[in-house]
Design a protein around this ligand. Structure first.
Ligand code: ASP
Ligand code: MG
Length: 451
């Protein structure tokens, strides 16, 4: 039995938090591996340093040093404190050399390398704290563990089969010996052996990749919230924690910015049917959300309502688009060139409507305007739209569900601007003006989940 546990920045953000997380690891029976983020604030600090041309290397390092050493001095002593300090110093000096090396900055992966340094220190700290509690533990970097990634800077994707081979060779033997490996989250090594990050918040994904690679029995994501909720509690104070969800529902909610899990976390565990639990490390006794393959049907039609504001609908009109498939391809092609995220697409005989982030409108229009003028009649933009995502796994198999949901939207006095139904079998997505989004979420929640 192997459990992979992931601890986020706040769960290793202070001496108390680290002790709490170490105890959570020790509570678990069987083989254990932890994947850890940088201490809270550290990645932001590194990213700010990268953005500020006038920042001083020594100032940046001093803050990192103080943050980690304060915790070490509080929790470690004697031989262990000395061992930690030696290794910490080595890693700090490597970082110092890197920051002072003018040539290194020309490397396109330089930012990935710097922004992922915090994980090298937090893992060391947690590993030494486990040792101080009498357990064998080693801190491993992603390079040492064998987490392989490819992709452009800041957008890495793990190579699952290579990573699995790496983990089986470097990590599994440690687990079998009863040692607890503590692995850096957030990045893997690219084909040149250099750090490539998985995007901000990517340690959740790292943990799922490790669970996949080790064929783990369970993945626990320890964070600072109680789990997935039936709505954003800032909008719906009576929102409840969802006790159980299937992978599809969790993927939809994570994608729409529920901010509980990095959206790419689901796939690596879904592939191998590895159950995942989201838990609050500050309240280990609260049940959290279990995400797994099979869920006994509870006949809850709608499990959660999420919303995402600050979107725009771009509508491209051209005569008889439906009969000119190349035209649709050309439009999608231009959107791909613009490199923007599209949240929904809907087409009719003579229009294609696309839902994108407000700040991406300019870039998108620039590319769409490259299409020959005779092919396009009109391009319209409707800004300040919000996407509402109603999630529940019986949604589309039950007759009349849409009518009930849109009835509630009508009750909230909102006009539906665009609908995307059926693309995913667990969610019904539609767009309303941003100033109506809160009312719509509250009305739907009240009608289907409760006050
Ligand atoms: N430390 C990284 C970040 O803040 C990765 C993570 O937290 O998951 O983005
Ligand atoms: Mg973080």
């Amino acid at each position: 039995m192997i459990t992979v546990l992931k601890f986020g920045g706040t769960s290793v953000g202070s001496a108390e938090a680290i002790v709490r997380s170490a105890k959570i690891i020790l509570m678990e029976g069987g083989g254990r591996v932890a994947v850890v983020s940088a201490m809270s604030g550290v990645t932001n600090h590194l990213v700010k340093f990268l953005e500020d041309e006038n920042a001083h290397v020594e100032d940046a390092l001093a803050l990192l040093e103080k943050k980690h050493k304060d915790v070490a001095n509080e929790l470690l002593e004697g031989e262990l404190l000395r061992g930690f300090s030696d290794e910490f110093e080595r890693r700090m000096n490597a970082l110092r050399d890197l920051l002072n090396d003018r040539d290194a900055r020309k490397d396109p992966y330089f930012s990935d390398n710097i922004s992922s340094q915090g994980e090298r220190f937090s893992t060391l700290l947690l590993s030494y704290v486990l040792r101080s509690m009498g357990h064998g533990s080693v801190a491993l970097t992603s390079e040492e563990a064998g987490i392989y990634a490819s992709g452009s800077p800041g957008f890495g994707t793990a190579d699952l089969s290579k990573t699995s081979a790496g983990l089986m060779m470097n990590v599994k033997p440690l687990i079998l010996k009863g040692v607890i490996p503590i692995i850096t989250g957030f990045y893997g090594r690219n084909s040149d052996g250099r750090p490539l990050t998985f995007g901000r918040g990517g340690s959740d994904y790292s943990a799922a990749v490790v669970a996949n690679g080790l064929d783990a029995d369970f993945l626990e994501i320890w964070t600072d919230v109680d789990g997935f909720m039936s709505a954003d509690p800032r909008i719906v104070p009576g929102a409840i924690v969802i006790d159980e969800m299937n992978f599809g529902e969790a993927a939809e909610l994570a994608y729409l910015g529920a901010k509980v899990l990095h959206p790419r976390t689901i796939e690596p565990v879904r592939m191998k049917h590895i159950p995942l639990k989201v838990k609050n490390s500050f309240k280990p006794d609260s049940p959290g959300t279990l995400i797994h393959h099979l869920r006994s049907s509870k006949n809850e039609m709608l499990r959660s309502v999420a919303s995402k504001a600050d979107l725009s609908i771009i509508t491209v009109s051209s005569s008889e688009i439906a009969y000119r498939p190349r035209m649709v391809a050309r439009i999608i092609d231009k959107i791909a060139d613009a490199g923007v995220v599209v949240y929904a697409i809907s087409t009719s005989l003579s229009t294609v409507a696309l839902l994108i982030n407000n700040p991406d409108v300019k870039e998108t229009l620039k590319h769409l305007n490259l299409i020959a003028p005779e092919d396009i009649e009109r391009i319209e933009v409707k800004s300040n739209m919000a996407l509402i995502c109603a999630v529940g796994d019986n949604l589309l198999s039950r007759c009349g569900v849409s009518a009930e949901i849109f009835g509630a939207v009508y009750d909230a006095g909102a006009n539906v601007e665009l609908i995307s139904e059926g693309a995913s079998d667990v969610s019904l997505n539609f767009v309303v003006p941003t100033d109506k989004a809160v009312d719509v979420v509250r009305t739907l929640h009240k009608k289907f989940v409760g006050e």
